[in-house]
Design a protein around this ligand. Structure first.
Ligand code: DQA
Length: 139
């Protein structure tokens, strides 16, 4: 089983950025734990702050991988282009958010991507990623 995690803009700063919202753990540390927990599957990781690069990644892997866990950061709320890319590929995408976006500013309540995704997981901290991987594993 081949799974891809994609993190969008500003998520390279996890562990540094707005710790009261996103926590103290940097993503590489979390990823090590996740990979140990799911030692029998391949969890690939890609992060970009650039919308077009995220779209290129979806095109590159979206016809061969088993699942994609995507935190598109603020592009979640704005990007028709990423939504179109998700709709264009075959691999199921799960939208994840570390924070509970529904408890936050109103502009975070809407997702351009959700309708093209298998489902959405938000508000469980870093564990949002594991919950998404668990779902992909269970089909
Ligand atoms: C986020 C929520 C978004 O609204 C925000 O722009 C992010 C992170 C989250 O994981 O909670 O960058 O996707």
């Amino acid at each position: 089983m081949n799974i891809q995690i994609i993190n969008g803009p500003n998520l390279n700063l996890l562990g540094i950025r707005e710790k009261s919202i996103y926590g103290n753990t940097n993503f590489d540390t979390y990823l090590d734990e996740l990979r140990k927990h799911y030692a029998n599957i391949t969890i690939n990781y890609y992060q970009s702050n650039v919308e077009g690069e995220i779209i290129n990644k979806l095109h590159e892997i979206g016809f061969s991988f088993d699942g994609i866990v995507m935190n598109a950061g603020a592009y979640t709320h704005t990007s028709i282009a990423i939504a179109d890319a998700i709709a264009a590929i075959n691999t199921p995408v799960i939208e994840v958010h570390i924070s509970n976006v529904y408890k936050r500013e109103e502009f975070r309540h809407s997702s351009m991507l959700a309708a093209s995704c298998k489902g959405v997981i938000a508000g469980f901290g870093m564990d949002s990623y594991r919950l998404a991987v668990e779902n992909l594993l269970n089909g």
